[in-house]
Design a binder for this molecule. Structure first.
Ligand code: ZN
Length: 150
C-alpha cells in the first residue's frame, strides 16, 4: 500500500471515530445485541430495525477504541438499506479484507470499508475492527422469532 493510501485510510478512521455515524440507540429496534472485546475493553451494542428482510435502520452505541468505533460507524453506513442476505455477504467480504494476507482491495466493492484493511498488520486490533461485525453476524444468525412486528 502506498503512503498516500495509508494517509487516506487513516483520515477515514479518524473521521469516523470523531464523528461516528448512526451513533445512538434506535427506539423500538427489532433486535439488539451487545458485543464485548475483553482484549481491548470495547463494548458496543448494535441495534437493527427490519422491514421484512431489509435493514431499514441500524445504529450502535457504547464505547470503545478508535478502531472499534470507526468500524461500527462504517459498518452501519454500509449496511443501511441492505437485505440480510446482502449484509451477510458484506460481512464475509469484510472478514476476508481484514484477515487475508493479501486481500483483494477492490475499492468499488468496499468503498470506505477498505480503510480498515490496514488492521491486518496489527493482529491485536483485528478483534477491535471485527467486534461490531461479529455482533451483526450473531444478530443475523439469531432466532428470528425474537424479531416481532408488534
Ligand atoms: Zn479496541
Amino acid at each position: 500500500m502506498s503512503i498516500d493510501m495509508k494517509d487516506l485510510y487513516q483520515d477515514v478512521i479518524v473521521d469516523h471515530n470523531r464523528t461516528p455515524r448512526n451513533f445512538g440507540k434506535i427506539d423500538h429496534a427489532d433486535v439488539s445485541l451487545e458485543g464485548y472485546n475483553p482484549l481491548c475493553g470495547d463494548r458496543l451494542t448494535l441495534y437493527i430495525k427490519f422491514d421484512n428482510d431489509t435493514i431499514t435502520d441500524i445504529s450502535f452505541d457504547g464505547s470503545g477504541c478508535a478502531i472499534s468505533v470507526a468500524s461500527a460507524s462504517l459498518m452501519t453506513e454500509a449496511l443501511k438499506g441492505k437485505t440480510t442476505e446482502q449484509a451477510e455477504k458484506v460481512f464475509n467480504d469484510f472478514h476476508h479484507l481484514i484477515t487475508d494476507e493479501e486481500p483483494e482491495l477492490d475499492i468499488e466493492k468496499f468503498g470506505k470499508l477498505a480503510a480498515l484493511a490496514g488492521v491486518r498488520d496489527y493482529p491485536s486490533r483485528i478483534k477491535c475492527a471485527s467486534l461490531c461485525w461479529h455482533t451483526l453476524n450473531g444478530l443475523l444468525e439469531g432466532n428470528r422469532s425474537s424479531i416481532t412486528t408488534e
